[in-house]
Structures are given as C-alpha cells and as structure tokens.
Design a protein around this ligand. Structure first.
Ligand code: ADP
Length: 165
C-alpha cells in the first residue's frame, strides 16, 4: 500500500490543488489530504469549512482519498500513518526556496519520508488561494479558478463585494 500525504491550508481549495490531487491519486494507492488546523496563516474559512469544500470537490476520488485534520508535526503524522511520501505542488521558481527548505527539514526530522513535487497544468501556475480570495473580496469573478461550490462559499464570505460594472 503506497500512501502519500498532501498537506496544506486549502483556504479555500482551488483548481490548482485539485490538479495536484488528481496527479497524486494516479501515483499512490491512497492520498491523505491533511488540512492544517492551526496554521500561522490567518484563515478566511474555518477548518470545518475548508474540509467540507475539499470533501465536496473530491468525490470522484472516493476510496483513494482521505481528508484529515493536521494538528501536530507533519512528519510525526506521516510516520503514524505509514506514509512514504509528502506531496507538494510547485508552481514557479518563487515556491522553490521555501519548499526546498521544508523538504530538507522534513527529511532531517524523518529520513524515511520522501517529499515529491508535482507541477500543475500551466493554466494553474499563477493560481493561489490568496489571490483568489483577493479577487473575490473585490467582487471579481473567480469561477475559472475554483469549483462552483467554492465560488458560492466565497460570495457568502464577501456578500458586500460589488460585481464589476
Ligand atoms: P500552504 O499554506 O501549506 O502553502 P496551500 O493550501 O497554500 O498551503 O498549498 C498547499 C500546497 O499546494 C503547496 O504545496 C502549494 O505549493 C500547492 N499549491 C497551491 N496552489 C497551487 C497551484 N495553483 N498549483 C499547484 N500547486 C499549488
């Protein structure tokens, strides 16, 4: 059983995350999407909301995917679950330095878990949860960046955002 963990904030899940998940489920028997509950980043969506949006948008992978809450250290969780890999998405050179540092630190902490990087479809290389939230906050159309249920959830968070004239 080859098991991988895909950790992140997923605040909220975007088409870029879903692209990475799709690639990961082809490589592993099971992918565990680990939603960071106590990230230092100030989240727009609660942990429960982030988890629910992931559930709704990944039903096609049922049986190969688990969505869990991550509270502690990622490598401890990976060890407990018997996971052999950590999956991260790499969009551009700007992601590289931070991801490289994290991957080497995780290796230092737990030598048996390998970090692998997956590149999304080119269309998603500029996409991030942060930019999507910013566009939604200003009343822009995010329907090509996120699934419909996420667009609706963003509209509910920003009810006063006026659509562009
Ligand atoms: P974190 O707070 O850990 O950066 P994110 O939810 O922002 O969590 O991202 C989780 C992972 O998904 C990271 O590896 C990030 O690089 C990757 N990711 C985010 N957006 C995209 C995208 N558009 N294409 C590919 N990977 C992405």
């Amino acid at each position: 059983m080859r098991r991988a963990i895909y950790p992140g904030s997923f605040d909220p899940v975007t088409n870029g995350h879903l692209d990475v998940i799709e690639r990961a489920v082809k490589l592993f028997d099971e992918v565990i999407v680990a939603v960071a509950a106590n990230s230092q980043k100030q989240a727009l969506f609660t942990f429960e909301e982030r988890q629910e949006l992931l559930r709704q948008t990944t039903t096609v992978h049922a049986g190969h995917l688990r969505i869990v809450r991550l509270d502690g250290l990622l490598v401890d969780y990976a060890r407990r679950e018997g996971a052999t890999a950590i999956v991260r998405g790499l969009r551009a050179v700007s992601d590289f330095e931070f991801e490289f540092q994290m991957a080497l630190m995780n290796r230092k902490l737990e030598g048996s878990v390998e970090t692998i990087f997956l590149m999304p479809k080119e269309d998603y290389t500029y996409l991030s949860s942060r930019i999507t939230k910013e566009i939604a906050r200003l009343g822009g159309d995010v329907s090509s960046f996120v699934p419909n249920c996420v667009s609706a959830a963003l509209r509910a968070k920003y009810p006063l955002a006026a659509p562009a004239p």
